[in-house]
Design a protein. Structure first.
Length: 94
């Protein structure tokens, strides 16, 4: 059976690394998550990778994931200001 992966890159505001990582640790995985990893990829940058059992699980968790990503805006830089943002249907993806 094919598995599905979602990936989000975060650029954290200066001085907010520990608040960001604490937030990541407290997040409760939605139903259908096989594994979730958060990797520090550079100075103030992180990548979250989530492996899902199937596409339906990923789709069903979309609203929960968007709500969580909205809380991350407290700790993350505005990618548009840094020239790194991608706007997908009004969502800031960083």
């Amino acid at each position: 059976m094919a598995k599905f992966i979602s990936v989000v890159k975060f650029i954290v505001k200066e001085g907010e690394d520990s608040n960001f990582t604490d937030s990541m640790k407290k997040f409760v995985n939605p139903e259908g998550v096989i594994s979730r990893k958060v990797i520090k990829t550079g100075d103030r940058s992180y990548c979250s990778m989530v492996e899902w059992v199937n596409e339906e699980s990923l789709a069903n968790a979309r609203q929960q994931m968007i709500a969580y990503l909205d809380t991350c805006l407290l700790y993350t830089s505005d990618a548009a200001d840094e020239g790194l943002g991608v706007d997908l249907g009004g969502r800031r993806i960083i």
